[in-house]
Write a protein that binds this ligand. Structure first.
Ligand SMILES: Cc1ncc(COP(=O)(O)O)c(C=O)c1O
Length: 574
């Protein structure tokens, strides 16, 4: 049937093409609407999914608590920026930093600062004389066992051996295994020895790193890469005990991994397993437990974490950086080893996929040594960095550093070999024996037990204690102990302090107990005097008390951040 129209042919064509184009516009609009709706639905689904996991993870009360604390932080930050307050805060921060500078950087007429190269090369004698002066600078005496952690052995025979190994391999760099084959061999053997100590299965693997933080960074990176490669996770999350080392938060910032920090409630201060389970979601790339943690020396419930890891098929990292060779030798030394009847705390548990172990702590190697261990080589390969098409040649490096000090690897190897199982068993005896003696004094000494309580049940080398009476402020105790030349660690949430026993501190445990008894008596006397004076009493605050007691009690952490930043800046003042 032919069509008929009164319109001229040219107009008919225009109309037809206009109708065609308007219908294609309508089609396009419809498609656009569909796409827009799909995007909207996806967005809503994502939002609902996220909200569901957040609510399930934190619980309604946790969610409200979190919102409340955020509001408090905000209100305090407004208060700190208010006219009048801000100026005072700035002034106090400046004063504190000036004091810090005076304390940390030597001043005065006798001090020569070298801020440019000497015009003429110094003789070896000149250099040595200056080095002698530098090592004799006034410092807290670790040699007398007055420093928590820091120097874990310090014995002169071991130091001599380490120095010899260092000088023999001073030029070595494991990036050139053909040039320094001895270093490659030693590095591989260190990893193998530490794997054996932590009951690694056949096929397990590891690398040496420059320290605990780097080992932890690598374990987090490996877990993130694994989740991305095998499950396509692009918004990775990890679940940590709130007592886990700050290195995990560093990994979070460096590698864009969201952290869920789980409370470690009293009385045992172990990570709350139910909260961990509730926080697991498809974005979870890693669970973490410490054996033991830095603040309180508590070993988390690793068997329970392992069960979660197996059930949900998520990697589990156990941080044994601090525990290192002491936790590994507890059983040999005749002490209870954590969770022995539930499979232990290491690779014997099927869920444990990686462990960090600091050879530079209780392995007694020089600083700059640690190991990260993996259940298998695939996990290790996720931390490797490989650049096949680099103009400088095919580039492959196992960890963060490019060039690495072969000398440190040699010194580490020499330390491990010279200590041997017998040496580590013996040192475990000394260190854990001293920790137990100190813990017993806090719990049972008539003066100490009425002022302090031990935090949880420490099992390894760290003992943390808090005040159990308003008459004794733990930060005042920390300051008073500093005045007696002790360098112990102040802790927060809860307010407490700790000591990590080492070979030097183990030898000084009786002095430590005696000084603590004196200090607590002085603090009680001061408190009684304050009560007598009533409102007129002025409280003199030391560093720990000011930082943790005053600044630390403010929910907004800007002041603490500024002080910490100022501290870091001070380190670089020549
Ligand atoms: C439990 C724990 N993990 C990790 C680290 C980090 O080790 P490093 O200071 O060698 O980076 C420490 C340090 O004290 C620690 O105690």
């Amino acid at each position: 049937m032919s069509s008929f129209s009164a319109l001229p042919v040219a107009l008919q064509h225009k109309l037809a093409s206009a109708t065609r184009s308007s219908s294609s516009v309508v089609m396009a609009m419809t498609n656009l609407n569909i796409i827009r709706n799909i995007i909207f639905v996806l967005f809503i689904l994502r939002f609902v999914r996220r909200s569901f996991y957040t609510l399930r993870g934190q619980g309604i009360i946790g969610y409200i608590r979190h919102a409340y604390s955020q509001i408090r932080v905000f209100v305090y930050s407004l208060f700190l920026r208010a006219p009048g307050v801000r100026g005072k805060v700035d002034k106090q921060i400046a004063e504190t930093l000036t004091k810090l500078e005076a304390k940390l950087t030597p001043q005065g007429p006798g001090v020569i600062k070298f801020t440019s190269l000497p015009k003429e090369a110094w003789t070896a004698e000149q250099v040595q004389a200056e080095l002698d002066k530098l090592s004799a600078m006034e410092h807290t005496k670790w040699e007398d066992g007055r420093v928590s952690g820091a120097v874990y052995h310090g014995g002169s025979d071991l130091l001599k051996l380490q120095t010899a190994a260092f000088s023999q391999f001073a030029v070595a760099n494991p990036i050139h295994p053909d040039v320094f084959p001895g270093v490659r061999k030693m590095e591989a053997e260190i990893v193998a020895m530490v794997l054996a100590l932590f009951n690694a299965p056949q096929g397990a693997a590891g690398v040496t790193t420059g320290g605990g933080t780097e080992s932890i960074l690598m374990a987090c990176l490996s877990a993130r890469q694994k989740a991305y490669a095998e499950r396509g996770v692009t918004e990775p999350e990890m679940i940590l005990p709130e007592t886990a080392h700050a290195a995990f938060n560093k990994a979070s910032e460096y590698f864009g991994i969201k952290v869920h920090s789980v409370r470690c409630p009293t009385p045992d201060y172990k990570v709350d397993i139910r909260s961990v389970r509730r926080l697991i979601n498809p974005n979870t790339i890693l669970l973490v437990g410490s054996a033991p943690n830095f603040p309180h020396g508590i070993v988390d419930d690793i068997p329970a974490l392992s069960r979660l890891a197996v059930t949900y098929k998520i990697p589990l990292h156990v941080d044994c950086c601090l525990g290192s060779f002491v936790i590994a030798f507890l059983k040999h030394a005749g002490y209870p080893s954590p969770y022995e009847d539930e499979g232990g705390f290491d690779f014997r548990l099927p869920g444990v996929t990686s462990i960090s172990v600091d050879t530079h702590k209780y392995g007694f190697a020089p600083k700059g040594n640690s190991v990260v261990l993996y259940r298998n080589r695939v996990l290790r390969s996720y931390q490797y960095f490989i650049l096949p098409n680099w103009p400088g040649g095919v580039y492959a490096s196992p960890s963060i550093a490019g060039s690495r000090p072969g000398a440190l690897i040699a010194s580490c190897w020499a330390s491990l070999m010279s200590m041997g199982e017998s040496g580590y068993t013996d040192s475990c005896h000394k260190i854990v024996g001293a920790a137990k003696k100190f813990e017993e004094a806090i719990r049972e000494h008539p003066e100490l037990s009425k002022s302090f309580k031990v935090v949880g049940q420490p099992m390894v080398s760290v003992v943390a204690f808090a005040s159990n009476t308003p008459q004794v402020d733990i930060y005042d105790v920390a300051d008073a102990m500093s005045a007696k030349s002790w360098h112990l660690n102040a802790l927060q949430s809860p307010a407490a302090m700790h000591i990590a026993f080492t070979i030097p501190t183990a030898a000084a445990v009786d002095n430590l107990i005696a000084d603590l008894v004196l200090v607590v008596a002085e603090e009680r006397a001061k408190a009684a005097e304050r009560v007598r004076q009533g409102k007129a009493a002025e409280r003199k605050r030391g560093d720990a008390s000011a930082l943790y007691g005053v600044a630390g009690s403010i929910p907004d952490k800007t002041i603490v951040r500024r002080l910490a930043e100022g501290f870091l800046d001070t380190l670089y003042l020549a």
